[in-house]
Design a protein around this ligand. Structure first.
Ligand code: KG4
Ligand code: ZN
Length: 346
């Protein structure tokens, strides 16, 4: 059995994340300080399909999970006996992918006697805002109440957090998630996979005012909708194609991106005003978008917490950060835990 007593300081958590197409393991101290952070990406494998191929993703996780965990332990110069707990992504995500990480985490827990904690992937994205970046001066963590905006490939969720692990749901997307809209528009514009970074790159050379694409404000609601915007891009592409005009990909990408950024920032700022929140956390893959980061940070009414780029897209450091909060609040799971592919956070 693990001889170390749970304490709130110097808590070392090893986390495993395999919810989609990144095989990842990381070790963090007290949910903030990185000892190791290993991510084996499968981007090249899925690029030829233009999206994640679930069966291939799980097979690749099986090949990579052991070396990735071993590397995380090696980089941290730690053995399992020197850790306090194992955190693992339980969902949401691809069932076959989640199972690989879950079985690895269970095996580690069974072999070492370390407690096991199942983590919601979205909670992980959120807690990436608490990770201390190695490069910068020590940053202060977000302060409650917090408006939390999670924008990823599968989710666009707005919440208010009045304390750790306490989520009050405000709104989410009624159709496409923000990242999904980026990915679909990338396909429409023939931009390479993965779509979000490709749209960003094209947009940087385009005119954001070239096309006046619609913004779904959904006044009076905290929800989002991006499918109308995506359809507007499609219609414009078809119209131009019909006239034999070369698609101005860069202008379209810039005009689309600015419409998404306008909606996300406006709703988050309105929510912060409404709930008297000074701090806003923006997390998830889409928070890597430079235009979105700039739009959030180019104001001085609110204090914005957006994780460094490497913690925006899927990684295990964020799962360890959330795992720390669950650990110190007494949450424990056991070997009967199963994956939960549609697990809602709230
Ligand atoms: O959080 P994440 O890595 O995986 C999920 O949990 O879904 O998010 C992936 C999503 C994809 O839709 C990807 O296109 C988008 O995040 N993304 C971006 C950027 N980088 C990743 N979207 C816009 N701009 C980016 N720079
Ligand atoms: Zn994610």
């Amino acid at each position: 059995m693990n001889p170390k007593k749970p304490s709130q300081q110097n808590t070392r958590i090893l986390a495993v994340e395999t919810s989609c197409d990144e095989t990842a393991a990381a070790i963090l101290v007290d949910g903030r300080k990185i000892l190791s952070n290993v991510v084996a990406t499968q981007i090249d494998l899925h690029a030829k399909f233009g999206g994640v191929f679930p069966e291939m993703a799980s097979r690749q996780h099986i090949l990579t999970i052991y070396p990735v965990v071993e590397e995380a332990l090696n980089q941290a110069h730690l053995s399992l006996e020197e850790l306090d707990a194992i955190a693992v992504t339980r969902g949401p995500g691809l069932a076959g992918s989640l199972v690989v990480g879950m079985n690895m985490a269970k095996a580690l827990s069974l072999g070492s006697g370390l407690p096991l904690i199942g983590i919601n992937h979205l909670e992980g994205h959120l807690y990436s805002a608490w990770i201390q970046s190695e490069m910068d001066e020590p940053q202060n963590p977000p302060e409650f109440p917090i408006i939390a905006l999670i924008v990823s490939g599968g989710h666009s969720t707005l919440m208010v957090m009045k304390d750790h692990l306490q989520y009050e749901f405000l709104g989410s997307t009624l159709d496409d998630a923000a990242g999904e809209a980026f990915d679909k528009v990338a396909r429409l514009l023939n931009l390479p996979y993965p779509g979000g970074p490709s749209v960003q790159k094209a947009a940087e050379r385009g005119n954001p005012a070239a096309f006046n694409f619609p913004r779904s404000w959904l006044e009076g609601s905290w929800d989002f909708s991006f499918s109308g915007l995506k359809t507007a891009v499609l219609r414009e592409v078809r119209t131009l194609e019909g006239k034999g005009i070369v698609i101005p990909v860069e202008d379209m990408a810039a005009s689309f991106q600015t419409a998404v950024v306008d909606v996300l920032t406006r709703k988050a700022f309105l929510a912060a005003e409404h709930f008297n929140a000074k701090h806003i956390v923006v997390a998830g893959g889409v928070s890597a978008n430079r235009a979105l980061r700039n739009a959030f940070t180019e104001q001085n009414r609110f204090i914005i917490h957006i994780p460094p780029l490497k913690y925006c897209t899927d990684n295990a450091a964020m799962i360890a950060a959330a795992g720390y909060q669950r650990f110190i609040h007494g949450f424990r799971d056991d070997l009967s835990m199963d994956v939960f592919p549609n697990w809602p956070l709230v």
